[in-house]
Ligand binder design. Structure first.
Ligand code: NAP
Length: 333
């Protein structure tokens, strides 16, 4: 095994500090497993980029995303999880114990829970890249403030795009939603809210082919996806909200990933490598909610606990006799 710098041993090492990672840390530490969470470059995950979270159960009047994540972090710390916000630079899952590298430091553990989440996708235009941070953004909550009383556009037709548009409508003078089809993918409730908002207008069946502007964005060139006709929409800000890709580059070649890079879980949260479990957006292309990520973090910690307690995971596919029902795990409840 390769070693670099200092190496420390844990029962469970968790990668990622979103709802899945923090919940896994809380459960693993509370079950008395020596637990280390490596938060990565964005502690708190995607929820630190949002304002109000209205649909996390237990908060009748909503909760701020960063506040929710801070509470989860404190709760995990309270039960003894060690949390550092180091960026993981590599992993070695070829043998037990498993090894995780973070710069010069390495950590060994018999169980690793991957909860590294997903990152925003971009359109892939050279002009978009050139003007990123100068009017092009993927986070209305972070950057909307800079476009007070200005015209902005949001690209995308999903829930994220409409949430961004609704958020921006509070301060921008006008928000245009640019979507490549004539029907939106977003949920009915968000569509109804956005359609009722007088500041939001629609550029449907349109794609952005260029972001215009020298130092700062001053417009976007659009192409009608049906007719091919081009037009220019003057805007000072462009928010790209076209989905996410899982943060799994580190695991390529070590774990089974699907064609889009999501970690394939084979039995509950177990991955293709014994002792490695996955939770949250890194393995979930369908639900991608804070509450489902937290739920999966819980499941992954219970599964890791069962693995550490010596339960046999091989060939147990019935679900009825799954080790997570074993009393050894329940004892910590
Ligand atoms: P999404 O549902 O995958 O939607 C992505 C949107 O971007 C789609 O409308 C897609 O168009 C468009 N798109 C993708 N690639 C594009 C490209 N290259 N150029 C132009 N447009 C492109 O992603 P999301 O909105 O981020 O939502 C992800 C998940 O999180 C969903 O399950 C969603 O329900 C959930 N979510 C929930 C909430 C909430 O409940 N409050 C909030 C945010 C997100 P097409 O429609 O043509 O494919």
């Amino acid at each position: 095994m390769t070693t670099r710098g200092t190496s420390t041993s844990y029962d469970v090492v968790i990668l990622g500090a979103g709802p899945a990672g923090y919940t896994a840390a809380l459960y693993a530490a509370r079950a008395a497993f020596r637990t280390r969470l490596l938060g990565g470059y964005q502690p708190g995950g995607q929820l630190t980029l949002t304002t109000e979270v209205e649909n996390y159960p237990g908060f009748a009047h909503g909760v701020l995303g960063p506040e929710l994540m801070e509470q989860m972090r404190e709760q995990a710390l309270h039960f003894g999880a060690e949390i550092v916000d180091d960026q993981v630079s590599g992993v070695e899952f070829g043998q037990q114990p498993l090894t995780v590298f973070a710069g010069e430091q390495s950590y060994t553990a018999r169980a690793v829970i991957i909860a590294t989440g997903a990152s925003a996708l971009w359109l892939g235009l050279a002009s978009e890249e050139r003007l990123r941070g100068h009017g092009v953004s993927s986070c209305a909550t972070c950057d909307g403030f800079f476009f007070r009383n200005q015209a902005v556009a949001v690209v995308g037709g999903g829930d994220t795009a409409l949430e961004e548009a609704l958020h921006l409508s509070r301060s921008a003078s006008k928000v245009t939603v640019i979507h490549r089809r004539d029907t939106l993918r977003a949920s009915a409730i968000l569509q109804a809210r956005a359609r009722a908002n007088p500041k939001i207008s629609w550029a449907l069946e349109q794609e952005v082919i260029e972001v215009l502007g020298d130092q700062l964005v001053d417009g976007v060139r659009l192409r009608n996806t049906r007719t091919g006709l081009e037009s220019v929409l003057p805007v000072q800000g462009l928010f790209v909200a076209i989905g996410h890709r899982p943060n799994t580059e580190l695991f390529a070649g070590q774990l089974t990933l699907d064609l889009d890079g999501y970690i394939v879980t084979q039995q509950h949260t177990a991955t293709s490598v014994p002792g490695v479990f996955a939770a949250g957006d890194v393995s979930d292309r369908r639900y991608r909610q804070a509450i489902t990520a937290a739920g999966e973090g819980c499941k992954a910690a219970l599964d890791a606990g069962a693995f550490l307690s010596g339960e046999d995971w091989s060939g147990n596919v019935s679900g009825e006799q799954h080790p997570s029902t074993a009393p050894t795990i329940r004892a910590a409840d």
